[in-house]
Write a protein that binds this ligand. Structure first.
Ligand SMILES: Cc1cc2nc3c(=O)[nH]c(=O)nc-3n(C[C@H](O)[C@H](O)[C@H](O)COP(=O)(O)O)c2cc1C
Length: 392
């Protein structure tokens, strides 16, 4: 078959050649069947299925971490999910599951009395940390013991699965707390392994090793299904994702966010800011859900920038089992989940899908023979399409 010259990319999708493949070239980078091409790269005007508006409302039921959910729309971790009246409103609006705010390993360790000395280690050494490095989290949640009360209260308040969230990156005694979370009644645990590695001496291998150990321990100790919430910045995410699953992860959350560093030029101070997401942040979960679908045997939760039913539909099309929302709910209130569900349902119905499962993964890259080459070709064609707007 002919291979397109990557130096002269086209903004149009490359159509598959009808020439027979030669032995050894069965998996040429661009080798897709016609249906896959049309699903992946169809241009404007592509015929889409049209549904019968009078047909029964599509089923939104989905499965996530082995749990049966009535909807793929999940309220992700934020202060909203610590508020029982907001939880009640989310439940009434049809949310599929709720993820509680994170409890941090530092809090657990602190309450276990094991890391008290850490608070003094950085004391006065750096201008940006005049009171030491141990975070002051009391304003965010109430600590480990009260967290268990939140799990119990959330279970009493909502009819849908309650997913506890632990933020931890280093293996240690804190993982024992995951058993208490299970006993308190959580249906699953999300482990947030976002970590900003700031030392040149720490290698990627070490960081991955720590994360794998944490996930393995939490899954084993808790006995609950575990989802791992990741950052998009891994050098080889599919390989790491597979190892997380081997370590016991039942699902991956693509992706979490870290606070941004803000510089105050007036006071010459720095502080961290956790603002709401921008809708453009959907780009990374879109890309990686499409890539990982079919490569990892785990549930995929897409998270970042979702505001509407259309956004959710896009993520389902590339393969998301569930779509998570935080900023959209913080902006518009917990009832927004019902509007997004209605829009998603209308979209499914208009396209003739009887269920969200029918639409799932239609635009994933499961059938792409060489996903890396495909990404590269997309990179080039995207650039070319943009550059063409400057031609006279
Ligand atoms: C105010 C706020 C608090 C958050 N707290 C947590 C948290 O405790 N644990 C966590 O894993 N993610 C937390 N997140 C991240 C969200 O769960 C979500 O992953 C992220 O905001 C992307 O989704 P979105 O674009 O819908 O906001 C928080 C986000 C915001 C905006």
């Amino acid at each position: 078959m002919t291979t397109p010259d990557p130096t002269t990319p086209s903004s149009e999708p490359t159509t598959p050649s009808s020439e027979p493949t030669t032995p050894g070239q069965e998996h040429a980078p661009w080798d897709l069947d016609a249906e896959a091409w049309s699903e992946l790269l169809s241009g404007p005007g592509r015929a889409v299925p049209v549904g019968d508006p009078a047909a029964e409302a599509p089923s939104l039921a989905t499965s996530y971490l082995g749990l049966e959910l009535r909807s793929p729309l999940v309220a992700s971790s934020s202060p909203m999910t610590a508020d029982l009246s907001a939880l009640r409103a989310l439940d009434a609006a049809g949310v599929g599951a709720v993820v509680l705010p994170s409890l941090f390993e530092e809090q657990v360790e602190h309450e276990l009395g094991q890391l008290e000395h850490l608070g003094q280690e950085g004391h006065g050494v750096h201008a940006e940390a005049p009171t030491g490095y141990r975070p002051k989290l009391d304003g965010y949640n109430t600590g480990a013991v009260r967290y268990l009360e939140l799990v119990r209260a959330a279970k009493r308040t909502v009819s849908v699965p309650v997913i506890a969230s632990l933020n931890g990156t280093s293996p240690g005694g804190w993982v024992r707390f995951s058993r208490a979370v299970a006993v308190a009644g959580a249906d699953a645990i999300e482990v947030n392994i976002l970590r900003v590695v700031a030392e040149a001496a720490t290698s990627g291998r070490e960081v991955e090793g720590d994360a794998l150990e944490v996930v393995e321990s939490v899954a084993r100790v808790s006995g609950l299904p575990v989802a791992v919430k990741l950052a998009p910045a891994w050098s080889a995410l599919p390989s790491f994702a597979c190892r997380l699953v081997d370590a016991g992860a039942a699902g991956l959350v693509l992706f979490g966010r870290a606070p941004h560093l803000a510089v105050d030029t007036a006071t010459l101070g720095v502080h961290s800011v956790f603002g709401l997401s921008h809708p453009m942040e959907r780009a990374e979960p879109l890309r990686w859900t499409a890539i990982l679908r079919g490569q990892v045997e785990a549930s995929l939760a897409a998270s970042g920038g979702v505001r509407s039913g259309q956004d959710a539909a896009e993520l389902v099309l590339v393969g998301a089992d569930v779509v998570m929302l935080t900023s959209g709910l913080l902006e518009r209130g917990p009832g927004r989940i019902g509007e997004v569900a209605d829009d998603l349902s209308t979209w499914l119905q208009d396209r003739g899908y009887a269920s969200v499962g029918d639409a799932r993964g239609r635009l994933s890259q499961e059938r792409v023979a060489d996903r890396s080459a495909f990404q590269r070709s997309q990179y080039l064609s995207g650039l070319t399409a943009y550059a063409s707007t400057f031609r006279s």
